[in-house]
Write a protein that binds this ligand. Structure first.
Ligand code: UGA
Length: 484
């Protein structure tokens, strides 16, 4: 079996080959196995788990430690507690090979480890800076138990200079700390981890950094060894660049609306220029997720602390905020005719029933953190609308008509945000349906049934997912992003 798997854009099984594996073959291909090492991964979230499963696939002996006993119990049974395509298969492969195990707590995981990967969250602090308290707490916990010569690998996204913070907390001169930023995306975490476009390792001890780079030799990705501050900066600069590119294309979409151009063709015209490319040029409701918003704000903060005003990046963040509001305005315009007919006009959306398709921050994940879809749905609900949402990952118990979307309260207005069991029931009696996440299943619905369910046949497609000509033919009005 070829070891070049998951070439970007390929489909047909986890290895992209379209054929199934024999009893002794991995469905994920056979990497070039180098020297085998004993590794601990602390924190099995969206980054830690794919990282651990990949290292196990590369032949290493990996023990994962997490503070949450319930999560560990689920993983021990071979189940993955998040929505991430192919991850469960990769985890099970590691478990079956005896390379991957799960324990409660960091100290239990590091027994005998030569390398310890820190993959714990770094949430956003009140001032926009990244909160290092989880990283520091784990470092303090494991320090007395580490064998001399262990290398600590920081995979959590941490401010420039954090490698030094971890060194200080550890307080041990016989332990090296390096930074190894992660570039995987949720939804494609498995192919991204098995086939990274580059491995970056930064450390003041270059030999330790090179040893960490060697762990990933089986991926055959280019390896870049730098100092710690440079590796940490590469991570932030990468996410800031992606965010900037997205804000740029959303701004171009707004321009298209103003001048009567069609953004889809503009993107084609741009993307064929290889210096620009097609990636990250899809306009949408704004960018979100657990990384881009947090990391861009953290970088503005890091720059400020260092005496540099990163006004350029502030502009990209402000454009993103505007994008949320632009979509809310499109929804308001779409439902205005119904409001005029039957409400007291007390709030912006008072009396409106609005259907929403998609709540996650993008397709392929169940992650609702910093989701533009949730942000927009909440703003509409706070304006007084009854928002009926459907997302394939937000489960509604059998027999229930709807449930509140977990973790989100409507704070202003008399509106509500409820999750419905399917796309059709969410549309019943609504004056518009707003597409906020690009789940593929939304393309293949029975649009006649959708038409019959709605009180008014109106689409606001914030992902440019649908074919405007097709839905207009069926009698819908259609409003996309930057499209004619
Ligand atoms: C992002 C980066 O892409 C990863 O390289 C990085 O490792 C990760 O953050 C991280 O720091 O952990 P992720 O948060 O999974 O990955 O999400 P993306 O796929 O980058 O999407 C971010 C947002 O941009 C989403 O809201 C998505 O819908 C939006 N987007 C993306 C668009 O609106 N248009 C596009 O063309 C692409």
């Amino acid at each position: 079996m070829s070891s070049t798997l998951f070439a970007h854009g390929e489909h047909g099984g986890p290895d992209g080959s379209g054929r199934s594996s024999g009893p002794n073959e991995s469905a994920f291909g056979s990497p070039r196995i180098g020297p085998v090492h004993t590794i601990a991964v602390i924190g099995v979230g969206y980054v830690g788990l794919p990282t651990a499963a990949t290292l196990a696939h590369l032949g290493h002996r990996v023990t994962c430690g997490d503070a949450d006993p319930a999560k560990v119990a689920v993983l021990q049974q071979g189940h993955v507690p998040i929505v991430e395509e192919h991850l469960e298969d990769l985890v099970r492969e590691g478990q079956a090979a005896g390379n991957l195990s799960f324990v409660v707590g960091a100290t239990a995981a590091i027994q005998g480890a030569e390398f310890v990967f820190l993959c714990v969250p770094t949430p956003q602090g009140d001032d926009g800076s990244a909160d290092l308290s989880y990283v520091e707490a784990v470092a303090a916990e494991i320090s007395p138990h580490l064998a001399a010569g262990t290398v600590i690998v920081n995979k959590s996204t941490v401010p420039v200079g954090s490698t030094l913070v971890v060194e200080r907390v550890l307080g041990r001169t016989d332990i090296q700390v390096v930074s190894n930023p992660e570039f995987l995306r949720e939804g494609t975490a498995v192919p991204d981890s098995l086939h990274p476009e580059r491995i970056v390792v930064g450390g003041d001890d270059q030999a330790a950094a090179a040893r960490v780079g060697e762990l990933f030799a089986g991926t055959q990705a280019p390896l870049l060894i730098t100092d710690a501050a440079t590796a940490e900066t590469i991570k932030y600069a990468s996410n800031a660049f992606l965010a900037t590119k997205l804000s740029f294309v959303n701004a171009v979409a707004s321009l298209c609306e103003a001048v009567g151009a069609d953004v889809r063709d503009v993107i084609l015209g741009l993307g064929y220029d290889r210096r620009i490319g097609f990636e990250y040029l899809k306009p949408g409701p704004g960018w979100g997720g657990s990384c881009l918003p947090k990391d861009t704000r953290a970088l503005v903060h890091i720059a400020e602390q260092a005496g540099y005003d990163f006004s350029f990046l502030k502009g990209a963040i402000a454009t993103n905020e505007e994008q949320f509001e632009r979509v809310v305005t499109k929804v308001r315009t779409a439902v205005a005719p119904t409001l005029a007919a039957g409400t007291d006009g007390g709030g912006d959306f008072t009396g409106a029933v609005v259907a929403v398709w998609g709540l996650t921050f993008k397709a392929g994940t169940d992650d609702l953190r910093n989701s533009p879809a949730v942000e927009i749905a909440l703003r509409v609900a706070e304006g007084g609308a009854e928002v009926r949402a459907y997302d394939p990952t937000v489960k509604v118990p059998e027999g229930a008509r709807s449930v509140p979307v977990p973790g989100f309260d409507v704070v202003d207005g008399d509106g509500s945000l409820l999750a419905y069991p399917d796309a059709y029931t969410a549309c019943l009696g609504a004056s518009a349906v707003v597409v906020l996440t690009e789940w593929d299943e939304f393309r293949w619905l029975d649009f006649t049934k959708v038409h019959d369910a709605l009180a008014a046949p109106v689409f606001v497609d914030a992902r440019n997912l649908l074919d405007p000509a097709q839905v207009r033919r069926l009698g819908f009005s259609y409003e996309g992003i930057g499209r004619r």
